[in-house]
Design a protein around this ligand. Structure first.
Ligand SMILES: [Zn+2]
Length: 317
């Protein structure tokens, strides 16, 4: 009898951690929306994710606020992108990493797959979310970080990761199908800053940004002139604005081309470095890329489904 009570007590103690975890989700803070959504997809109800950079926020220029610092010091896990994307927060994360579990999830991508950075010899282009194939590697990094932080939920995280990767593969196939339906001469993407290098490499598009890989460099008048010439020579009909960058330089391009008698329009607004509103389809990683693929292919001459891959895009984008 005593023995049985003892065993029952032991079983109760052993069951405690699982019960405690079920009640308290892991507190995760992520810098960009793309990382935050990935952590939500994998973590399910085992995580409570706070994304620091909302719609329209430029990660190249972002600095942590006081509220962000409080959230990060209270978190169980902090996920940031790395690859010098959050250039203004590097020192902060170096410091935080001494007291907290901080993971730069894009640093896990095999360096052989990365593009060189135009402005810094020893750095890489950080915009890996633009390629569904590269983002798969980041998904695995996020899975690993969550699993280390909560090993008890490893199976759930693994199952959610597989489901998310399947969605990413479907997105990748949709991208291939839509973007190769664009006439070959039109496969050129002109945007405000150079965020689409991986996208272009994956789908065979020439990509020209007014600004470089970071939004922190100035767009020179020479660069505008060069791009106007390209638009006119190639008779390109559309350029694209970005939700997280001013459209000023794109207007200069359109006016410049008009002055030379060539009419260029805005093909649409793309999500380059930030996603749409939280709680909307465009506020998810899949929705963000579905939007970009559909808008780009549609504006450059392919026949695209109005509401995107699964009919989830907002009407009239
Ligand atoms: Zn960028």
């Amino acid at each position: 009898m005593i023995r049985r009570t003892f065993l029952a007590a032991l079983a109760f103690v052993a069951a405690l951690p699982a019960a405690a975890f079920a009640e308290a989700p892991l507190k995760v803070v992520a810098t960009t929306g793309m990382i935050a959504d990935t952590a939500r997809q994998i973590g399910g109800d085992q995580v409570e994710v706070k994304g620091l950079m909302g719609p329209g926020v430029d990660p190249h220029a972002y600095r942590q606020t006081r509220t962000d610092i409080v959230a990060m010091t209270r978190a169980d896990l902090v996920l940031w992108h790395g690859l010098y994307l959050e250039a203004q927060m590097e020192d902060f994360f170096d410091d935080l990493g001494r007291k907290q579990t901080v993971v730069a999830v894009a640093e896990g991508v095999d360096k052989g797959k990365l593009r060189a950075h135009d402005d810094y010899a020893d750095k890489y282009d950080p915009h890996v979310w633009m390629s569904p194939v590269l983002w798969r590697d980041v998904v695995i990094e996020v899975q690993d970080a969550l699993t280390l932080a909560r090993p008890e939920a490893a199976e759930l995280f693994a199952a959610n990761t597989q489901a998310f990767l399947a969605e990413i593969d479907a997105l990748s196939a949709y991208g291939e199908q839509m973007l190769t339906a664009v006439p070959e001469d039109n496969r050129m993407l002109v945007t405000a800053h150079d965020a689409f290098g991986y996208f272009g490499a994956e789908y065979g598009y020439e990509v020209l940004g007014v600004q470089g890989i970071s939004t922190q460099s100035e767009a020179g008048l020479n660069r505008i002139g060069e791009l106007v010439d390209t638009l006119v020579n190639r008779q390109l009909k559309a350029v694209f604005v970005e939700s997280s960058v001013s459209d000023r330089s794109m207007r200069a391009l359109i006016e410049g081309a008009a002055a030379e008698g060539h009419e260029v329009g805005v093909g649409g607004e793309l999500y380059s470095d930030a996603m749409g509103e939280l709680g909307t389809y465009e506020g998810t990683y899949i929705g963000m890329l579905d939007h970009n693929i559909t808008v780009i292919a549609g504006a450059l001459g392919a026949d695209v489904p109005q509401r995107g891959m699964n009919g989830n895009l907002s009407a009239g984008f």
